[in-house]
Design a protein around this ligand. Sequence first.
Ligand SMILES: [Zn+2]
Length: 347
Amino acid sequence: MSKKNRLVDFRAIRESVTMEAVLKHYGLLDPMKRSGDSLSGCCPIHKGTNPTQFRVSVSKNLWNCFSECKHGGNVLDFIARMEDVSAYGAAQKAIEWFQLDPERVYAEGTAGAAPENASNEPAPKAKPDVKAAPTMAAKPEGNAPNPPLNFRLDKLHGDHPYLLERGLTPETVASFGVGFCMKGMLAGHIAIPIHNSDGQIVAYAGRHVGDPPEGTPKYKLPPGFRKSLELFNLDRAKRESPELPWVIVEGFFDAMKLHQLGHRKVVALMGSSLSTAQEELLRRHTDWRSQVLVMLDEDNAGRAARGDLAARIARFTYVGIHAFGQEGQQPEHLTAEQLQAVLGGVA
Ligand SMILES: [Zn+2]
């Protein structure tokens, strides 16, 4: 599916992206001087040196250059000037950098028929600003699926030392498509693509490299994305032999590590609770002969959750719980031999 040449809703993008976020993306936010509602600094467009010529109104989400540029505009005008692209090109960049919800920023539904030679020029029938942004329900209700993303984060660095530190081999890193992200919303994070059960990417999770500062979560997920609707790695685990047991783990790295150790029929809850939607996914991909092994982290959250989780799964298939002997243990720490021993008791 092409992300190009689709009608974009410029207003929705302008409303979703702040000038502060864009400046931050360029590493320009910190050097700016903040005073009340306004930011001021050197103009990055004409590369001025006078620190008062470039101003941003935070509340109005507009910028102005009082020097060479002699004008200003909105976030998209800014990106267009910085990147030397059209408004349409700027919109595409904003969508990618800030992982904007495709449902919101594309003026039409999914289109698979975009011409191959599509350029970054404005889409032929684009009517910027005419179409109002669709009204967003505060929280999508029910089980409306996470829409597939219309873009890919390319240029992810799979050779980042953090991945090695977590014990992943280059093969595993490549196989899961993870890597360090330099730009956009996930700049400075390890980006982990999350696929739905059909194998379409529905989000990128951003893992903070190392221990995040107090109060910052380890993972960043795009706004609007509901992880409770997905089981990480289900799209691949479901293709493994029906003879093999399913292993349910909490985290992305647990799943990647087990895959690396040779047990590829593993899914991650992305937390320690099993949502009803996840339970339904599991039910759909198992039958009465399947075996499921619940292998949560050996900590308070994991211990508190695993009993209930197994009881719910037991309603439709065989289930077992693996308890680690030691506090703090988790699937990611298993060696190949240990995993083999654990699974040998199941199959
Ligand atoms: Zn300027």
